[in-house]
Design a protein around this ligand. Structure first.
Ligand code: GRG
Length: 293
């Protein structure tokens, strides 16, 4: 199987799993419609693909990792819904469609985000999983820590504070490590936890995730300046409008491109303990360095 083909197969499996979410639930007004609206809006599925591939790399059962991969995508989707709200970034377009609150109203969008966050933990802790309980607890704990104040939500609060004053490079790196990097690294570590991998494998995935997460965010900052709105499915220029310090304001577009290239090499180097088997994650890092969406 080709390198990117394997990742495409993970993505297709994830898509099928997500499509089945909440179909059997007793309707609660339009709550589940709002949750499915954003969950199935066609994102890149980067984080769940990382979970599934990390699990395979560490010798685990990819099928058993699906609820964990789905959980990380649910947490990511909740963060996008809440981030787009008028009290946060106040965005009208996401993944090429009107944002959740534009379709369902603000109160339902808040609840759709809350519903997705809790559904993530419900999926991971569902009875009848073919996994040792300690692996389930480990993986759920990794996601909980990465999503909360010590990770993504903590990064978001630093980001808000950053709108009030100029930040240093070290401060921008720290806030992005939490806001974007923590969930990306957690996605990888969850795959490792489900597989019952070794400490050496965990450390390699962490180093890969740290480099990949930073490269991903720097590329995001570049695309906010030079990206194509139609391809991105959202307006560009939002960082400049809000007066935020970003990697681009600190290093310029060319400086940022050089940083992305360096971090992509570091990500590839971190995979050395996996030998040839790390080819898929290496290819993924390279494809993200060129991404236009
Ligand atoms: C809890 C409100 C709240 C926010 C947490 C992660 C986050 C902070 C907000 C999301 C908004 C944002 C632009 C974050 C930066 C990370 C990023 C580039 C997100 C977009 O991720 P992609 O490109 O999106 O993987 P798709 O649509 O492909 O899934």
């Amino acid at each position: 199987m080709g390198k990117l083909e394997r990742l495409d197969a993970h993505r297709a499996r994830m898509e099928a799993w997500l499509r089945n979410c909440f179909l059997e639930r007793e309707p609660r007004g339009n709550l589940y419609d709002a949750m499915r609206y954003s969950l199935l809006a066609g994102g890149k599925r980067l984080r769940p693909v990382l979970t599934l591939e990390a699990c395979r790399l560490c010798g685990g059962d990819v099928e058993a990792a699906l609820p964990f991969a789905g959980a990380v995508e649910m947490v990511h989707t909740y963060s996008l819904i809440h981030d787009d709200l008028p009290c946060m970034d106040d965005d009208d377009l996401r993944r090429g469609r009107p944002t959740n609150h534009k379709v369902y109203g603000e109160a339902t969008a808040v609840l759709a985000g809350d519903g997705l966050l809790t559904a993530a933990f419900e999926a991971m802790l569902a009875p009848g999983q073919a996994l040792p309980p300690e692996r389930i607890v480990l993986a759920a704990g990794i996601l909980a820590r990465a999503a909360g104040g010590a990770g993504m939500v903590g990064g978001q609060i630093l980001d808000m504070a950053g709108e009030e004053r100029a930040l240093t490079l070290a401060e921008v790196e720290e806030l992005q490590r939490l806001k974007t990097g923590a969930l990306i690294t957690a996605a990888l570590e969850m795959g490792w936890a489900v597989a019952g991998g070794t400490e050496e494998q965990r450390e390699a995935l962490r180093r890969y995730g740290a480099a990949l997460g930073l490269a991903f965010q720097i590329q995001d900052d570049i695309l906010d300046v030079v990206g194509d709105e139609a391809a991105l499915g959202k307006p560009i220029g939002s960082d400049a409008r809000s007066g935020k310090t970003t990697f681009v304001t600190l290093k310029g577009v060319d400086g940022c491109r050089a940083l992305v290239a360096r971090l992509t090499e570091q990500a590839a180097e971190a995979l050395a303990p996996f030998g040839g088997e790390g080819a898929e994650l290496r290819a993924l890092a390279e494809s993200l360095a060129d991404r236009q969406t």
